[in-house]
Design a protein around this ligand. Structure first.
Ligand code: A2P
Length: 275
């Protein structure tokens, strides 16, 4: 009895405002900071919550009567017991100025309905899928490269992670390093998941925007594959608005046609969360 009463009291104290209806209130399990601009965190997963790898949800903090919500791609795969997010920190960002300070045990609000177009069902089958990510646009792909469904649909998965500076690549580097040892997915990824990193501002072996490397063919030459083509390739794109526009124009130039959940096609795009 005592334990229950104390637990309830603690809960009430940690939430300055009541939990709005239609949202889950979950606990932060762990937080990892990579740079002064990037961090990731994991929260508990509500038992009834279902989503498809690659989708996003709206999350917020219980720090106001009307909490600020932002769209966040779920970075963990659909089978994971916890929910992972990868986030930017913006000093005066309405949500991230507070979110960047979370600690294990804190409460995160999550709206109950996930959605999004970066799911494998929105693509028609092909030999290869490119996942073009810049910055925190990597998040949905962190989910998709850990989902066996992705490997059922495509023989080869090419994840490109392009960031401003070397340290910005860390989250993706850790992810790909750890995937090899994952008991569920490790074996599936062997020789099939290819990871291409590049920076645009700090010295690194491969430098240049992904758009430049698509246009000049250096991306494909480095991989030893033929240039982007509709017969063999599908694409998923996630980054800033400008990045989406520019990469989309290039994949369309290569003959790929945009798909959606209701009408699967050759490529899909989604804006990464910013601010
Ligand atoms: P750059 O350093 O040349 O701006 P951001 O953090 O601003 O979203 O940028 C993440 C990465 O995306 C950076 O490497 C950045 O390159 C790159 N980028 C920004 N705009 C575009 C674009 N229109 N097309 C391709 N890459 C872009």
């Amino acid at each position: 009895m005592n334990t229950v009463a104390t637990g309830n009291l603690e809960n009430a104290k940690s939430l300055e405002f009541p939990i709005p209806s239609g949202v889950f209130a979950e606990k932060v399990v762990s937080v990892e900071h990579y740079t002064d601009r990037l961090f990731s965190f994991r929260i508990t997963r509500p038992q009834s919550f279902r989503f498809r790898s690659g989708e996003f949800v709206m999350i917020g903090l219980p720090n106001a009567e009307k909490p600020v919500y932002r769209a966040y791609s779920i970075a963990s795969p659909a089978w994971d017991d916890e929910i992972e997010f990868y986030s930017i920190k913006v000093p005066d960002g309405p949500l991230t100025q507070h979110l960047q300070k979370i600690q294990p045990g804190d409460t995160i609000l999550m709206r109950q309905k996930p959605t999004g177009t970066l799911i494998v069902d929105a693509l028609t089958p092909a030999k290869r899928v490119y996942m073009f990510a810049t910055g925190t646009g990597l998040a949905p792909f962190a989910s998709l490269i850990r989902d066996p469904e992705t490997y059922e649909k495509f023989d080869e998965i090419i994840l490109t992670n392009t960031c401003r500076d070397v340290a910005d690549l860390q989250y993706g580097d850790n992810l790909v390093r750890d995937i090899v040892n994952d008991p569920l997915i490790g074996e599936l990824t062997e020789g099939r998941l290819r990871y291409v990193t590049a920076t645009t501002r700090e010295d690194f072996p491969v430098m240049g925007r992904v758009t430049t490397r698509i246009e000049d063919g250096s991306l494909f030459a480095a991989l030893g594959v033929e240039p982007l083509n509709r017969e063999n390739d599908r694409a998923m794109i996630c980054g800033s608005m400008d990045m989406l526009k520019d990469v989309k124009a290039l994949v369309e130039k290569a003959g790929l046609e945009e798909g959606s959940v209701s009408t699967p096609g050759d490529f899909v795009v989604e804006r990464a969360f910013v601010g």
